[in-house]
Ligand binder design. Structure first.
Ligand SMILES: O=C(O)c1ccc[n+]([C@@H]2O[C@H](COP(=O)([O-])O)[C@@H](O)[C@H]2O)c1
Ligand SMILES: Cc1cc2nc[nH]c2cc1C
Length: 354
């Protein structure tokens, strides 16, 4: 059996006994019934995920997976491809959005080269970028597949390896960087959710109306040329994916196999989550949808994952893991509710009249 299948065999649903125990305690907290709302539901998930009434949440890491996309030659982004490698340098220098928000959340940032079109040898040598490069960017998906099935597997397995290497962390978060990657993400969204391209396609880094129409036309060609089986995660990734999207799928699978919560960021990260979900449906129990991106497809993708309402809705559309890093504060808050708030009995507070 391969590494991917072996890892998937370690993934089980959340522990229902710990869910029930957490729920029983939360029902007794000295506050009007369920008055801390979604924080209480999240606390139940944390107990069910970690099999603990004191879910470990202290050590946090954001993993920002970077890669390039052959489809950029079709004019689907407002920015040139070299921004991907330039932003990798910015992450390492600590000056990007994710660096600021991860610092604020007390999380470490790991940058992974999954397939950047550029030479990052120096940064691998200094240990500041993890080298999992599958290739120097995907093929142009408007003309053919993104990658071979073998490379789709390599990308996912590389993400699992990163999750295992980060075994000292309690909570993981996904992030992405890749000029053009909203195009494969929208393609994955359309294939897996069954929604129309019009419903799932957005402006990415800021396309105007005319450019958005062009992106839609390119996406129509992409789906006319690549017709992956929507139920086969590796086939969808190979047809219309990206190397960083595969890495994100693997990170989620690796987190679930270690019974760790994984905060999923925006459109691209959720495309990775859908791939992971198609490979191993139980990963859903370990995914926390951190926020709702401005990209219109995000809502449908989150619905497919069973998430009606993510933790935050702040009009974010940056990626990098920024929304996931922000939501780490909410995960810490949910834990605090479960661990620190007294019950009616403990606090000697009178319960509601029957
Ligand atoms: O995470 C999101 O929801 C999101 C939405 C729009 C854009 N992005 C980021 O912008 C880049 C892709 O945009 P584009 O227009 O080049 O496809 C890529 O680096 C993503 O991290 C990210
Ligand atoms: C500058 C820049 C930073 C980004 N971070 C994530 N996607 C990005 C896209 C651009 C263009």
């Amino acid at each position: 059996m391969n590494f991917l299948e072996q890892t998937c065999q370690k993934i089980f649903p959340q522990d229902s006994e710990f869910r029930d125990k957490a729920k029983a305690r939360l029902e007794q907290l000295a506050l009007p019934h369920w008055a801390l709302g979604d924080l209480m539901d999240l606390a139940i998930d944390l107990a069910g995920i970690t099999r603990s009434m004191q879910p470990p949440c202290q050590r946090k890491a954001v993993v920002t997976m970077a890669a390039d996309h052959g489809v950029v030659v079709e004019g689907v982004s407002r920015f040139p491809q070299e921004v991907t490698v330039q932003m990798v340098h910015n992450f390492v220098a600590g000056g990007a959005g994710i660096n600021a928000l991860a610092r604020q959340a007390g999380a470490d940032v790991y940058v992974v080269d999954m397939g950047v079109n550029g030479d990052l040898q120096e940064l691998y040598r200094s240990g500041r970028v993890i080298n999992k490069k599958v290739g120097p960017g995907t093929g142009n998906i408007a003309r053919g597949p993104a990658m071979s099935i073998a490379n789709a597997r390599r990308a996912v397995e590389a993400g699992i390896e990163v999750a295992y290497d980060l075994h000292d962390y309690d909570v993981l978060a996904t992030g992405d960087m890749g000029i053009g990657n909203t195009t494969p993400s929208s393609a994955i969204a359309a294939v897996i959710t069954g929604r129309s391209l019009e419903e799932v396609t957005g402006r990415g880094t800021g396309l105007d109306d005319e450019q958005l129409q062009r992106k839609l036309a390119v996406l129509r060609s992409i789906l006319a040329i690549n017709r992956p089986d929507p139920h086969n995660g590796l086939e969808v990734l190979a047809g219309v994916g990206g190397f960083e999207i595969g890495g994100i799928a693997g990170l989620i699978i690796g987190a679930a196999a270690q019974r760790k919560p994984v905060l999923v960021d925006g459109l691209i990260s959720t495309a990775g989550a859908l791939i992971a979900y198609r490979i191993e449906p139980f990963v859903r129990d370990y995914i926390i949808c951190s926020h709702r991106s401005m990209e219109p497809g995000h809502k449908y993708m989150q619905e497919t994952l069973g998430c009606a309402r993510p933790l935050l809705d702040l009009n974010l559309r940056l990626g990098e893991g920024t929304g996931a890093a922000l939501a780490m504060n909410i995960v810490a808050a949910a834990r605090a509710v479960l661990v620190e708030v007294s019950t009616f009995a403990e606090a000697a507070v009178a319960q509601a009249d029957k």
